[in-house]
Design a protein around this ligand. Structure first.
Ligand SMILES: [Mn+2]
Length: 265
């Protein structure tokens, strides 16, 4: 499984560098992070780490694979009701624009999932991508999500299937954010015009769904396990396809030096 620590560091740097926020607090939900990496994160100004290692994995017994079980940890954030409002971000996200408008966006708000050829839907609604969510933590919502999860059978999506089903079944109002708030890179070759228009007019968050730029050249570029030969060919292809996106990630990553306790990431 890919380690997301370098992704979180770069997300943090990109928010400082690009968001124009005077201050922010980054709450990191972690599971399986090394002690060194966790202490590096704890030393960053404005960062709080919530270690989930001792909590049960959500979704046991539903036949989910390890990666989908890992993604289910996201549901724990709904229990953080000491916060009135949270902007949830995946760790494979990069901030590229002014985030101040988020102060005026009320929960729930999410961007559509445009990563498919045909936009997926749940019930009567479009499917929202769960990589960026403006939400209000609430123990009751958390309980309802866990209940929803228990009765489900899973296909392609994990937490995203649960959250969308809950929103649909309970008719929860959701504001649809412009896709610039969650520009899914898998979309680049699907909705070409929309993607390039957003690239030109300004991205808020770029979502590295297809590749993790920090894992390039480490044999971890693709998310799915494949044969070595296939992996190298795909590695080159993706590197070429997402040249511009990878360059943006690298430049944010180089914007600030953070001393890491361990280089083994
Ligand atoms: Mn993601």
């Amino acid at each position: 499984m890919i380690c997301f620590f370098p992704g979180i560091l770069c997300l943090y740097k990109s928010i400082i560098y690009n968001s124009q926020l005077e201050s922010f607090k980054l709450v990191v939900l972690s599971r399986g992070l090394s002690a060194n990496n966790e202490s590096t994160l704890r030393q960053l100004p404005g960062v709080r780490v919530i270690n989930l290692d001792k909590l049960d994995g959500l979704g046991a017994g539903t036949g989910l694979n390890a990666k989908k079980m890992f993604n289910m940890n996201k549901l724990y954030l709904f229990g953080l009701d000491e916060y009135e409002k949270l902007v949830y971000l995946d760790a494979d996200m990069l901030c590229l624009g002014d985030l101040r408008p988020l102060e005026h966006i009320e929960p729930w708000a999410m961007a559509p999932d445009y990563g498919q050829n045909v936009g997926a839907s749940v019930g009567q609604r479009m499917m929202f991508n769960t990589g960026v969510m403006v939400l209000r933590p609430c123990k009751e919502t958390f309980g309802n999500l866990v209940k929803t999860l228990r009765g489900m059978r899973f296909g392609h999506f994990a937490d995203q299937a649960v959250i969308n089903k809950y929103l649909n079944d309970d008719s929860v109002p959701v504001e649809c954010l412009h896709p610039k708030w969650n520009l899914i890179i898998s979309n680049k070759h699907i909705n070409k015009k929309m993607y390039s228009d957003i690239m030109k007019s300004g991205v808020k968050f770029m979502h590295f769904t297809k590749i993790k730029p920090w894992a390039i050249g480490r044999g971890l570029l693709v998310e799915k396990t494949s044969s070595k030969v296939y992996l190298h060919a795909k590695d080159r292809l993706l590197r070429w396809r997402f040249k511009e996106e990878i360059a943006l990630w690298k430049s944010a990553d180089a914007s600030m030096r953070i001393e890491t306790a361990s280089s083994a990431v």
